[in-house]
Structures are given as structure tokens and as C-alpha cells.
Design a protein around this ligand. Sequence first.
Ligand SMILES: Nc1nc2c(ncn2[C@@H]2O[C@H](COP(=O)(O)OP(=O)(O)OP(=O)(O)O)[C@@H](O)[C@H]2O)c(=O)[nH]1
Length: 320
Amino acid sequence: MSLETSQLNELHWLMEMLHNIDVGLVVLDTEFRVQIFNGFMENHSGYFPREAKDKVLFDLFDEIPQEWFRRKAEAVFLLKNKAFTIWEQRPYVFKFDSYRPVTGSADFMYQNTTFIPLLSSTGDVTHLCLLVYDVTDTAVHKMSLETANAELAILSQTDGLTSLFNRTHWENCLQAEYKRIRSQHSSSLVMIDIDHFKNVNDTYGHLVGDEVIRHISALIREHVRETDISGRYGGEEFTILLSDTSLKNAYVFAERLRREVESAVVKYNDIELKYTISLGIAEVDASIQTYEAWIECADAALYHSKENGRNRISLHPKQK
Ligand SMILES: Nc1nc2c(ncn2[C@@H]2O[C@H](COP(=O)(O)OP(=O)(O)OP(=O)(O)O)[C@@H](O)[C@H]2O)c(=O)[nH]1
């Protein structure tokens, strides 16, 4: 075999491989006219290479944002450097359908693309090569992992029965908020406990007890503002951080909640029952040095309510 034949063979094989490779390949001139268009591009776009040849890329694919693409390509022509796009920033350059069997849920093909400057024999960049990688599987897996992680984060922060924050997460929020509000703002902590709740369980059973817990949780959610942070602190104990709220205003809030509970009737199948709550309030002040001490102050006030007949509100002893 002469050298020429072997070189021709090599070239032929190279062209065959580029045509059949599972990566999109487009060569463009400086006017963005298509010069090479491989099999991957043909299969996904429906254009034959001979149809695409010499057509301006934007006329074939009107989904490509021209200004952005030109800017990106100009940098490649001028600086003779490669450029890249990744699916996280721009999901695709060419809007192709996704045929992946594993990731059938994707509406389109996610793509990473590489722009490669092609040097002529004189050292000028007269053409650029665009490589298009189908990264749908990676993208879909990563996105579903992110969704699962976000759901897990919510689950790990939320109490299952009431959908309020659980104690750990509520305390983390309080700790963060305590640092923020300590010096500049007045904020109040309300602790709530259902009165004689053991009797409810003992008389009607745990399912009815759960219904009462759901009832007070729903009332709490209804009454708080978006900036307030409420949580289930224990079995039948709840906490609310009322941001930017003085002791006086926290009292107004607490009294409204207490009255509403007092007048409500909880229904479960044919059972109807009434219940009450006791509350304790502490406003943050200079004497309270840690968020734990703040909880203790509100808890002491709640204890005072319990000791003095229940169905009432008490303020932190030093703040009365
Ligand atoms: N149904 C139900 N009961 C719970 C739950 N968590 C805690 N409890 C019950 O709540 C009751 C709390 O009782 P105690 O701490 O003695 O207080 P109490 O009966 O409410 O009395 P006071 O607080 O003094 O008014 C216990 O019987 C717990 O078993 C829950 O998720 N569901």
C-alpha cells in the first residue's frame, strides 16, 4: 500500500468515526455557516449534512440565542482559546429531544458544549468546531438527588404529626435569631402547654390526643406571622419566637390564642371535646445572656401559669 493510499484510508476512517461518534460535531466558519455536520447532529436535528452545509447556524436552529453565541464564538476566534458551556448554566444549545431510556423523564437533551478554535495553515482561526455532549443522564440524576436532599432536609426539620419545626431545628433557628436580635430588637418567646393532656389520652385514647395536638398546631400556624418561628418543643408543648414583638404585644397574641382554644370544640368521629392551654412569655433583655436562658425564662413563666390554675398567661417574673 502506498503512503498516499494509507493516508487516504486514515483520513477516511477518521471521517467515518467523527460521523458515527456519539457526540455532536459541527464546524462553522466565521460567518457561522455550517461546514461539517456529523451523524449525531443529523440524527437529533433531522437535517442531513448536505442540507445543513453552508446554512447559517441560527437559520437552522432558531432556539440558539444569537447574541450570546456570537459573543462566545468571537472570543474563540480572537483569543484562539477553547470555550465551554455546562448544562447547569445553560441546559442546552440545541433543543433536541431526549431519547434516553433510563432518564425518560427529561423533556429535552441536557448538553455540555465545547467550542474549539481550528487553526488554518497560516495560524489564523478561520473555523471553529462545536462539540455537543449529551449529559441528560448526569443532569437528571443530579437534579433528582438535589430534590431528594431538599425533601430530606425538610423532613429532618419538621415534626411529622404537626408539620411544625421539630425541637432541634427550632432551637437552631432560635440560636441564630438570638444572635441577630439580642442588641437591637425586642423579641418575645412564648411557651405553650396543653392542660391536663394526660386526661385526654386516658379518657378518649391517643388518636383523639393526636387530634388535639393537630388542632393547636393548626391554630398556631394560623396566628403567627411569616417571620415568627414556631415549633413542637415536646409531646404537648409548643414554642413560638415572635420576632420584633414586645412583651406587651406578645401578650395580646397569646391572649388571642388562649381564648380561641378555650372556645373551640375538637371533633373526632362522634367525640367532641374542649381543652385549654397554659402559656408563658419572656422578652429578650440584657439580663438574658444565652438563648437557653431565654427558653428557661419562658418555661418558668409557663410553670407559673400551671401552678396558678392553668388556662392563663404568665410573664417572665422579672418582666411583669
Ligand atoms: N396523643 C398523644 N399524646 C402525647 C404525645 N406526646 C406526649 N403525649 C402525652 O402527653 C401527656 C403529657 O402529660 P403531662 O406531662 O403529665 O401533663 P398534663 O397531663 O398535660 O398536665 P399539665 O401539663 O400539668 O396540665 C402524657 O400522657 C404523654 O403521653 C403525642 O404525640 N400524642
